[in-house]
Design a protein around this ligand. Structure first.
Ligand code: C2E
Ligand code: CA
Ligand code: CA
Ligand code: CA
Length: 282
């Protein structure tokens, strides 16, 4: 191989040192954040497209950094996964999401179906043998019925089919919890896994929804995914609905559920409560 530049063999130039330093700092900050509970949840409504009623919520984590302000998940989840800190963070997300949803359900009129709450799960969490116990205890301590909890997994996580992973998903499923495939259509999936994995819900990735109103190929793929869901008796949720055109295309295509800025952005617990109960105190 040809030598491409004088920095080729330099292991620790000043720029790398700075970025390494920053990485260490961020890691220390994240450790402190776990101890000091610097995380918050946002809740985005999941809407029944035909009626507009709210059928559930997706819990999305945020890090409120004391100096840097609100840090979005994509800026710290990778580091949290790399360092294993996603395990305590993810466990907090799960418990807090169940607690909130259960409290809101208790205030809803008896003749309305209870809200579901969806929680994102990282592959690192699924490597832990105690995950089913953690899920069970989050349900027990919150009183949330198991069928109201949805665990969202990405395709890459599902395609990695070590037997332990599959067994653990079955164990979670056996608790009565439902499983969703997130970002459907973006991973290296074979459709075969839809039969093997105990999945209940498909979430159609935003990249399809973005173009569903104006790119015929995107519309065809979206409708194909919805029909696949119907054939397998799975619910379909369209992600990232931003305008009325996308909504009508999806509704016409018989997509059951959706979420996106067109309905609501991810909301603080207080704002979610106002949306659900019209600002009544309680
Ligand atoms: P995701 O699970 O696919 O979540 C949907 C993301 O799209 C959220 O970003 C949400 O705010 C955003 N979104 C929703 N509707 C719209 C829309 O109409 N337009 C646009 N442009 N965006 C929309 P967010 O909250 O920044 O989360 C990003 C990702 O971080 C999530 O993608 C998920 O993969 C991950 N994440 C979030 N919370 C958690 C968590 O508690 N645990 C784990 N492991 N990952 C999480
Ligand atoms: Ca998700
Ligand atoms: Ca998604
Ligand atoms: Ca459009």
């Amino acid at each position: 191989a040809k030598k491409q530049g004088k920095d080729q063999y330099t292991v620790f130039d000043p720029e790398m040192r700075a970025s390494f330093q920053k990485h260490l700092e961020m890691e220390a900050d994240l450790r402190r954040a776990v101890l000091r509970h610097e995380f918050q949840l946002r809740f985005q409504p999941i809407v029944r497209l035909r009626t507009g009623e709210i059928s559930g919520l997706e819990a999305l984590v945020r890090w409120l950094h004391p100096e840097r302000g609100m840090i979005p998940p994509l800026d710290f989840i990778p580091l949290a996964e790399e360092t294993g800190m996603i395990v305590p963070i993810g466990e907090w997300v799960l418990r807090e999401a169940c607690r909130q949803a259960s409290g809101w359900n208790a205030r809803r009129p008896a003749d309305t179906a209870p809200l579901t709450v969806s929680v994102n799960l990282s592959a690192v969490q699924l490597e832990r043998a105690d995950l089913p116990d953690v899920v069970q205890s989050a349900l027990d301590e919150s009183g949330l019925p198991p069928h109201c909890l949805v665990i969202e997994l990405t395709e890459s996580l599902i395609v990695d089919h070590r037997p332990e992973t599959l067994n653990r998903l079955h164990a979670i499923k056996a608790l009565g919890v439902r499983l969703a495939i997130d970002d459907f259509g973006t991973g290296y999936s074979s459709l075969a896994y839809l039969r093997r994995f105990p999945v209940d819900i498909i979430k159609i990735d935003k990249s399809f929804v973005d173009d569903v109103g104006d790119v015929p190929a995107a519309a065809a793929l979206t409708h194909g995914i919805i029909q696949l869901g119907q054939a397998l008796q799975l619910s379909t949720i369209a992600e990232g609905i931003e305008d009325a055109e996308q909504l009508s295309e999806l509704t016409d295509g018989n997509c059951e559920l959706g979420q996106g800025y067109f309905f609501a952005e991810p909301l603080t617990a207080d704002a979610m409560q106002d949306l659900l109960f019209g600002g009544q105190q309680g």
